[in-house]
Design a protein. Structure first.
Length: 237
């Protein structure tokens, strides 16, 4: 199981939001490159970067992403505002290993087909975000009448990975809901990366037992609730 630290970027800074709300930050660090380097020093083999400005349509942090890639020696996946082939290709050309797409792909499946032809499915992560049992889109503001499993089944032959987020527990530091994750793993063969509410070593152990591909950890690392070195040790047992 891969332990994947999260670096969320806003206004060239590293931030952590509460339930994805740009007005609710519980952390802000001036130098995201140093944050990324520290994660790698502590043993991270992969990083998860989200460009919140690109997601919100208020600019982008591609220069910061480029700096991070230049300063570390592990691959990164990037999400946030990837709504065109050009942006996806620009990121891949910059050295990004995988791009994360969500709302645009779910509402316009042809986008995934086109992206697949351009960069190949192994470079594509589909973000499937679950809110009250349905898939949430547009920054969790709306829901569509499909369950996560239904959406995953629609795309499992066209993308390399699924990033599954349980919005109901995201950023609240209250732990995970194992049952939802287990159901998804049982019903699909595609590698699943889990995100949302991972707060303790017990959460890490529970996910490890599910035989999941990877887990993204944000708030708990920044608040010191999870020790990255220890989490990686557990993940490799």
């Amino acid at each position: 199981m891969l332990i994947i630290p999260a670096v969320d970027l806003k206004d060239k800074k590293c931030v952590q939001l509460i339930q994805g709300d740009p007005n609710k930050k519980h952390l802000e660090i001036d130098n995201p490159v140093e944050v990324a380097k520290k994660f790698v020093e502590d043993g991270a083999e992969y990083l998860h970067i989200v460009d919140l400005d690109a997601a919100l349509g208020t600019g982008n942090n591609r220069d910061v992403i480029k700096n991070i890639i230049n300063e570390i020696n592990v691959p990164v996946e990037v999400g946030g505002g990837i709504r065109s082939l050009d942006v996806a290709k620009e990121l891949i050309d910059m050295g990004v290993d995988r791009v994360i797409v969500g709302t645009k792909a779910i509402l316009e499946p042809k986008f995934i087909d086109d992206l697949n032809k351009e960069i190949g499915k192994d470079k594509i992560v589909l973000a499937v975000e679950c809110k009250e049992g349905k898939v949430a889109i547009k920054g969790w503001k709306e829901k569509i009448d499909k369950t996560p499993i239904e959406v995953i089944k629609d795309f499992e032959d066209k993308v390399g990975y699924i990033l599954f987020t349980n919005v109901d527990v995201e950023g609240l530091l209250k732990g995970i809901n194992v049952e939802i994750i287990k159901e998804i793993i049982d019903k699909t063969d595609i590698p699943i990366i889990y995100s949302g509410g991972v707060t303790s070593m017990d959460d890490i152990k529970a996910l490890k037992e599910l035989d999941i591909y990877g887990v993204v950890i944000g708030s708990a690392l920044y608040k010191g609730l999870i020790d990255l070195k220890e989490a990686i040790k557990i993940s490799k047992k």
